[in-house]
Design a protein around this ligand. Structure first.
Ligand code: SF4
Length: 363
């Protein structure tokens, strides 16, 4: 964790870059499989999922093979909250979550009676890492006059310390609602999303200073150059991207909002500033369009493979089969903690239902 921002002032606390790099050093690169090996794993996974009454719930950012397997086996592909909701509503005994750890935790919080497995428990998120509960809780205590609003990309403990959990699609509505009531807000952990909400709503927000290592690397200068090559292209950006990128974007939204915009916009060329995993769904739903990844900082960027979350990439067929067969890599959330974390999660769900807003999560 690094610093906090109020207005334009940062208060340095520590460096989160080193913390994130330490985690990244433990990430193994994905292995390449032959077509026959891949097919064998797919067959065994389909059979085991069926035998164990298990459902595979996958995020848009994981490998396309896993997304296809989820859909072909009666599971689900979506954003983080949709994944948790599907897990809650389905009658499976086991949920296999292909995503990152906080998604597994959300699934467990919403489905305490189901066994929740993950291909690896090492798959985490720079936002989660950079918001440890001890310092976050102390920060909340220092600013007890503020309503604590946290993004879904946080640990169960951080969620339990909050008043509201929000996803990227409902964050603006929730903050606007709180600001109308004259409430001041403490926001964590993503600084770019927080800044975007602050600018859009005008709310009084104190920002925790963390970032998504994937979205932070999108660059406005490269985007401007790319627009010269594709002058008619629409630019779709996730709000975890830097403000300079969001200023150029035609649409700023969550993964689900990006997918919808890509389908409905008239432009044939679409530049997308979010994880490349989403291209699989984009190409399925709008095959006639030309999707182009927004430029990043290149090989020197913090992310190991540009616009491709290294933790999402840890979800592989091999790891999934091993986890499912042995029923290991189980997500456990302390029951009392889960009960506390459920309160701000439920508050968001109730708020969304009142607004008749479809709540869409994001990693
Ligand atoms: S893409 Fe970014 S926000 Fe999503 S899991 Fe990876 S590091 Fe976290």
């Amino acid at each position: 964790m690094s610093s906090k921002q109020t207005s334009d002032t940062y208060i340095p606390l520590a460096s989160d870059t080193e913390l994130v790099r330490r985690f990244l050093d433990r990430v193994d690169p994905p292995q390449t499989l032959s077509a026959a090996e891949e097919q064998d794993l797919l067959n065994r996974l389909k059979q085991t999922l069926q035998e164990k009454n298990a459902k595979l719930v996958a995020h848009y950012y994981v490998d396309s093979v896993l997304q296809d397997l989820a859909e072909a086996s009666g599971g689900f592909v979506g954003d983080s909250l949709e994944m948790a909701r599907f897990g809650h509503d389905c009658d499976a005994d086991i949920l296999v979550v292909a995503g990152v750890r906080f998604m597994g935790e959300s699934a467990k919080i919403l489905s305490p009676d189901k066994k929740v497995l993950m291909p690896t428990l090492e798959a985490t998120c720079s936002l989660d890492i950079a918001c440890p509960i001890e310092s976050f809780s102390a920060f909340c205590d220092e600013h007890a006059d503020r309503e604590v609003v946290v993004y879904a990309n946080t640990s169960a403990a951080v969620k339990a310390r909050s008043d509201w959990v929000v996803t990227s699609s409902i964050a603006l509505d929730v903050v606007e609602h709180l600001a109308e009531q004259g409430k001041k807000i403490l926001w964590a952990p993503d600084r770019h999303l927080g800044h975007y909400i602050q600018q859009t709503t005008g709310a009084d927000m104190l920002l925790w200073d963390a970032a998504c290592i994937v979205h932070e690397e999108f660059k406005a200068r490269g985007l401007i150059d790319m627009k010269k090559v594709y002058p008619e292209a629409a630019v779709l950006a996730h709000p975890e991207s830097p403000a300079s990128v969001l200023e150029i974007a035609d649409v700023v939204g969550s993964t689900t909002q990006i997918i919808k915009a890509a389908q409905s916009l008239p432009q044939m060329d679409i530049i997308v500033a979010t994880d490349q995993g989403i291209f699989h769904k984009l190409q399925q739903l709008a095959p006639q369009k030309n999707f182009i990844i927004a430029p990043t900082a290149g090989n020197d960027a913090t992310c190991r493979s540009c616009a491709n979350c290294p933790w999402m990439a840890m979800n592989s067929l091999q790891r999934m089969l091993m986890s499912l067969e042995a029923e290991n890599n189980e997500i456990e959330v302390d029951a009392q903690l889960a009960e506390k974390a459920m309160i701000p999660l439920q508050r968001m769900l109730n708020f969304a239902a009142e607004l008749n807003v479809k709540v869409e999560g994001k990693a």
